[in-house]
Design a protein around this ligand. Sequence first.
Ligand code: NAD
Ligand code: UDX
Length: 353
Amino acid sequence: MATDSSNGNGHHQTTTSITTTKTPPSPSPLRFSKFFQSNMRILVTGGAGFIGSHLVDRLMENEKNEVIVADNYFTGSKDNLKKWIGHPRFELIRHDVTEPLLIEVDQIYHLACPASPIFYKYNPVKTIKTNVIGTLNMLGLAKRVGARILLTSTSEVYGDPLVHPQPESYWGNVNPIGVRSCYDEGKRVAETLMFDYHRQHGIEIRIARIFNTYGPRMNIDDGRVVSNFIAQALRGESLTVQSPGTQTRSFCYVSDLVDGLIRLMEGPNTGPINLGNPGEFTMIELAQTVKELINPDVEIKMVENTPDDPRQRKPDITKAKELLGWEPKVKLRDGLPLMEENFRLRLGVDKKK
Ligand SMILES: NC(=O)c1ccc[n+]([C@@H]2O[C@H](COP(=O)([O-])OP(=O)(O)OC[C@H]3O[C@@H](n4cnc5c(N)ncnc54)[C@H](O)[C@@H]3O)[C@@H](O)[C@H]2O)c1
Ligand SMILES: O=c1ccn([C@@H]2O[C@H](COP(=O)(O)OP(=O)(O)O[C@H]3OC[C@@H](O)[C@H](O)[C@H]3O)[C@@H](O)[C@H]2O)c(=O)[nH]1
């Protein structure tokens, strides 16, 4: 069933479950074989990254799952998956999704894409290729083997939003030629490709629009705000708030996010569905919280911002609640100390007694 709602600019849009008359291709007959070891063979692209490796941990908990990770290690690392390397139900492939991948799978979680602005802006043409050609390749794979595919899209598809908080029906306010466009427009094209394959070829699709997520295993020098502030606080450096500091974000702890991704994949809704924590903070508030919880001695300094930084962001998660029975459980004040612990270990900084 399709739902109509206003996007806040007077436009109307259809969201959440656009249906198709096409029948998806059948999965391999082996799936139904009595002697098959696992019931589900799952590909996670970008599985060596931050969210991907937490997702792999959760998928591997189920003994019926076989997990294959394809990653080019641009921002990810084997270290994030070290506990699974050598496991009989796990396989790690060095692979760039801009090249075709010929394997047999039942589900695809398609995460491969640099997510931190400093990394996605580093080689913007490659970021676009990853989003467009990479998603085309994964949809081609899904089509060939009859797999269900989930795309990790982003709150960045709303650009610098004029509607607040952002519902899925909002079409966004995106600069098509800016320095962030390789990522936000790239993800918008990826969403379009997903729906075109769904309508034209009957592929089973799922789209998650993920809002800022944080947690253990983020790269220490990832450049994103939570990892920056925690690393700075632990190193005794000033916390760098990019001006004006009144811009807002809503931060979701990674275990909550992974739970939402799996519910979306397993349920009947195509999405797009927002996954994020509606707790909204200015960057000054975030810096003050990190300072208070981790190192009251550090200073907070204002530094120059980058172009097109969205001024506000907060997910409307009504759909996730209704359709997935999902809402985040971990508050920022509870999640930050869990990440601090992991960063202390990796940076070799002990807690003062
Ligand atoms: N973390 C967030 O706040 C957030 C928010 C919205 C959306 N997302 C999306 O979630 C996904 C994962 O994000 P993350 O935070 O874990 O980032 P990450 O950078 O830690 O992980 C991305 C992974 O993709 C791999 N990768 C990049 N380009 C590739 C390519 N061409 N071929 C194969 N592998 C490639 C990287 O090596 C890395 O392991 C991304 O698609 C991102 O856009 C993340
Ligand atoms: O050191 C810093 C880093 C960042 N910031 C600010 O913190 C805010 C968040 O910046 P981040 O780089 O963490 O992330 P952004 O929200 O800009 O983008 C993110 O959005 C969702 C995902 O798709 C991606 O993970 C990423 O693109 C921005 O307003 C930025 O100006 C600081 O104040 N100080």
